[in-house]
Design a protein around this ligand. Structure first.
Ligand SMILES: Cc1cc2nc3c(=O)[nH]c(=O)nc-3n(C[C@H](O)[C@H](O)[C@H](O)COP(=O)(O)OP(=O)(O)OC[C@H]3O[C@@H](n4cnc5c(N)ncnc54)[C@H](O)[C@@H]3O)c2cc1C
Length: 458
């Protein structure tokens, strides 16, 4: 517990209204999307980098752990206060500071919600592509810390491709500026890239310079239903072979489709074994050509149905199924373990077969969907965290899942990060030298291990 004297000192930094210590408030900041729970001692709501710097100096002096938190929507337990201490919430730092339409950059504070930023720039016909499915509530700080990706990653890349510079408060309280507004900069090590995806273990992001691009003129959406996942996979391969990079290329397996159908009653044919949701964007003429080519590729593989949407309302309807995935599958069990393995995209069918075998071997209910364009498979193990015996099987299944993913040349996390839940497996992917090099970087930045301890490294 943090003693009263220190709490008073922290209160003098943020102000009386911006520190919470009551149990009911602490419970609200004890969990994230993993549904794991750890109670913090206090929650602070700083308003700027200077306040955060002062907080971190005290935390260092007193060896109090500090856990940065955006919206708490993380799927790997990154923001959980696993050792008590302080949750440092960024919700009061939510200003859009500067839009530069000549250099196509924008400067924002970390607490800005992703969708707010996107709507703001789109109203000026500019585009910030990273689109995690959580964009209605996740924050830019959380997106940068996790290097969030989304359906558009296949064409536009992920968060790291749009971060030009950062202001970061280091664990020792010093304030670091990285990067510049230009696309080119090779002055020394790329500290910006080091911070992106560092999951709040190396510093607290207090400002970000982001790159923007022009908003595509138009987009078309195609929903293609196949009898089986193999045909869907061939379609993905052939679309790319036809030299088309769609802006999204999403898939769902038969179990996910069944859940969606039960949830939304969309009237999808019973025999649907796989579904692709494909979007192309750009100049009108190019979009037309690409849409037709994709349609031809899919038709040659005997789809059950192809629906094409050109206007925004119809497109929204086709996206309905994709957006309903989380709530629809959430009805299957009290909790779910959501892994986000990623393999080279031509290995998706093989990885799915391996995953279903794991489900059989460990008698688990697993549903899969994800981003076919970039090989990112969301493997959802539908379970009950309270069932100890089942959780033991889940743990073994996850280990085998990761091991088979790595054998296929993949990664244990495409976008959710390592955080708490994947920390035991990080070494499997990095090896001894990779792991110890990263740990040394953490020790260099955070000698007292006060910032997000217990995350990434065991
Ligand atoms: C329904 C749903 C759908 C999702 N879909 C996607 C998806 O498509 N793609 C994807 O990538 N993720 C997805 N996620 C996961 C999650 O939304 C992302 O990881 C997101 O980037 C987290 O943002 P947040 O603001 O909630 O961060 P939090 O969960 O609060 O924190 C995440 C990590 O960032 C750190 N952090 C937060 N703010 C800062 C800061 N200012 N400085 C330093 N560190 C900080 C925290 O300590 C923690 O380690 C999804 C989650 C849900 C619940």
């Amino acid at each position: 517990m943090i003693n009263q004297h220190i709490l008073k000192e922290l209160e003098s930094i943020v102000g009386k209204g911006d520190i919470l210590t009551e149990k009911e408030d602490r419970i609200c900041y004890s969990y994230d999307a993993t549904t794991l729970k750890f109670l913090p001692d206090a929650i602070l709501f700083p308003e700027n980098a200077m306040e955060i710097s002062r907080i971190l100096k005290i935390a260092n002096r007193e060896k109090i752990p500090v856990f940065p938190r955006g919206a708490g929507s993380g799927f790997s337990g990154g923001s959980l206060p696993v050792k008590g201490g302080i949750v440092l919430a960024t919700s009061k730092m939510d200003l859009i500071l500067e839009l530069d339409e000549e250099n196509l950059t924008i400067v924002v504070e970390p607490g800005v919600v992703t969708e707010r930023l996107q709507k703001f720039v789109e109203s000026r016909r500019l585009f910030y592509p990273p689109d995690p499915a959580s964009l209605k509530f996740s924050t830019i700080g959380g997106n940068i810390a996790e290097c969030a990706g989304g359906p558009r990653a296949v064409k536009y890349g992920v968060t790291k491709d749009y971060v030009l510079g950062l202001e970061v408060v280091l664990p020792t309280g010093e304030i670091l500026s990285t990067g510049v507004k230009t696309v080119k900069s090779v002055a020394g090590y790329d500290l910006t890239k080091l911070m992106v995806g560092s999951e709040g273990t190396l510093g607290i992001i207090t400002k970000a310079i982001l790159k923007l691009i022009p908003l595509p003129e138009t987009k078309n959406t195609l929903l293609v239903l196949f009898k089986n996942i193999d045909n869907a996979a061939v379609a993905v391969k052939n679309i790319i072979k036809a030299k088309i990079i769609p802006s999204t290329l999403e898939f769902m397996d038969s179990s996910t489709i069944k859940c969606i159908e039960e949830y939304l009653h969309l009237g999808l044919p019973k025999e649907t074994g796989a579904l692709l949701l494909i979007e192309v964007d750009g100049f009108r003429e190019a979009v037309e050509i690409e849409k037709n080519k994709i349609s031809e590729v899919c038709k040659s593989l005997n789809p059950l149905d192809i629906k094409i949407a050109v206007d925004p309302q119809e497109q929204e309807k086709l996206w309905e199924a994709r957006r309903a995935v989380s709530p629809a599958i959430g009805k299957l069990s009290p909790s779910k373990i959501n892994e986000d393995i990623t393999v080279p995209r031509n290995k998706i069918p093989e990885m799915l077969r391996k995953t279903y075998k794991i489900a059989d071997d460990f008698k688990l209910n697993i549903v899969c969907f994800g981003h076919a364009g970039d090989g990112n498979i969301h493997v959802n193990i539908m379970t009950d965290r309270e069932n100890k015996e089942e959780m033991e099987r889940v743990e073994k299944a996850v280990k085998r899942l990761f091991s088979e993913t790595l054998e296929l040349g993949g990664t244990i996390s495409g976008e959710h990060g390592i955080g708490l839940t994947k920390a035991p497996y990080l070494k499997m992917e990095l090896g001894e030298i990779g792991y110890s090099t990263m740990k040394k970087i953490k020790e260099l930045f955070d000698p007292n291990n006060i910032l997000n301890p217990g995350k990434m490294f065991l």
